[in-house]
Design a protein around this ligand. Structure first.
Ligand code: ATR
Length: 279
C-alpha cells in the first residue's frame, strides 16, 4: 500500500492523518497516512524523510518547524514553494523530490469557494510578515484584489517582504507594506486576514475598528482556538462574517491529496466536522 505521512515537531496535535484518511476512504484510494515526529537538530528532518522514502513513502506533508528544511531538501521547487521559501508538501519520484506549498492556495480556495468571498477588485489586509504571510501573498495577488496591504508589528519586515514581491513582478500600486500605524489613516478593508502568531498566545493586535467593514470578513489563520482576540476585535467592530483557519487546513490538504493521487476530494463535510464554534 502507498505510504504517506506528516512530519513535524511536535506532531501529536496534527489533524492531517484524520483528514487524509477521510479523503482516502471517500475517494477509494488505497493508502496509509501516519504522523512522524522528527527530532530537532541539524540534518534530522532530511534523515527522517530518507528513512520514510526507503520504507516505501510516496510523499509527505511538512509542518512546523520543518517547512524551510523541506524546501532545502527538495530537488524541484514549484513556484509556490520558491516564493514562500517554504514547502508544506513533498512528492517523491525516483531520485527526485518535488516541493509545493499549498497553504496560500488553500486559503484562497477557502475564501472564494467555501466562504463566498470573491477577492477580485476588493481591498485586502494581511496582518503579519512571517512564514504564513509570505506563503499567502502570491496566491492572494493572483486573485486580482484592488489592493493588498501587508502590515506587521515590525514595519521594516513587512516593507522588505513587499519589496521582495515587487522585485519579482508584483504591482506596486496593488501591494503595500508597513506597520500597524498605517491604519491610523481612515481606510477600510473588505477582508482582514490574520497571519500573525498572536492568536496562539491569545494576544490582541492594535487594530482600529474603522479598518473593518461590517459586511466584510475577518479570517484568523489559526484553527481550533474558538473566538481569538483578533476575531473578537472584528466582532466588536461589527463584522458579521468571522472564520478561522479550519477551511484553509482542509483545503491545503485536498490540494496535496490531488497532487499525489490525481483525485480531488470533497471538503465541505470534513470542514464542518472539524470546525469548532467561534464563541
Ligand atoms: P509564522 O511562520 O507563523 O508566520 P513567524 O515567521 O515567527 O511565524 O512570524 C510570526 C508573525 O506574527 C510575525 O509577523 C510577528 O510579528 P514581528 O515580525 O513583528 O515579530 C507576528 N506576531 C507574533 N506575535 C505578535 C503580537 N503579539 N502582536 C503582533 N504581531 C505578532
Amino acid at each position: 500500500m502507498d505510504r504517506y505521512a506528516v512530519i513535524g515537531h511536535p506532531i501529536g496535535h496534527s489533524k492531517s492523518p484524520t483528514i487524509h484518511r477521510a479523503f482516502a476512504a471517500a475517494t477509494g484510494q488505497a493508502l496509509s497516512y501516519e504522523a512522524i515526529e522528527a527530532p530537532l537538530g541539524a540534518g534530522q528532518f532530511a534523515a527522517t524523510v530518507e528513512r520514510f522514502r526507503a520504507s516505501g513513502g510516496r510523499g509527505v506533508n511538512v509542518t512546523l518547524p520543518f517547512k524551510l528544511d523541506a524546501c532545502a531538501y527538495a530537488t524541484d521547487l514549484a513556484e509556490s514553494a520558491r516564493c514562500a521559501g517554504a514547502a508544506n508538501a513533498l512528492k517523491f519520484e525516483g531520485t527526485r523530490c518535488l516541493a509545493e506549498n499549498f497553504d496560500g492556495s488553500g486559503l484562497v480556495r477557502d475564501l472564494s469557494h467555501n466562504l463566498g468571498q470573491p477577492l477580485a477588485g476588493r481591498r485586502l489586509l494581511l496582518l503579519g510578515a512571517g512564514g504564513a504571510s509570505r506563503g499567502a501573498i502570491l496566491p492572494l495577488l493572483r486573485a486580482q484584489p484592488a489592493q493588498l496591504w501587508v502590515l506587521n508589528r515590525n514595519a521594516a519586515k513587512a516593507e522588505a517582504l513587499v519589496r521582495e514581491f515587487v522585485a519579482l513582478g508584483a504591482d506596486a500600486a496593488v501591494l503595500h507594506g508597513g506597520g500597524f500605524d498605517a491604519l491610523a489613516q481612515p481606510q477600510r478593508f473588505d477582508l482582514v486576514l490574520n497571519a500573525t502568531s498572536a492568536s496562539l498566545s491569545a494576544e490582541a493586535l492594535p487594530l482600529p475598528a474603522h479598518a473593518f467593514k461590517p459586511e466584510g470578513l475577518a479570517y484568523d489563520m489559526v484553527y481550533g482556538k474558538g473566538l481569538t482576540p483578533f476575531l473578537r476585535q472584528a466582532q466588536q467592530a461589527g463584522v458579521r462574517q468571522l472564520a478561522d483557519g479550519v477551511g484553509m487546513l482542509v483545503e491545503q490538504a485536498a490540494e496535496a491529496f490531488a497532487w499525489w493521487r490525481g483525485v480531488r476530494p470533497e471538503t465541505k463535510d470534513l470542514i464542518q466536522r472539524l470546525s469548532v464554534p467561534l464563541n
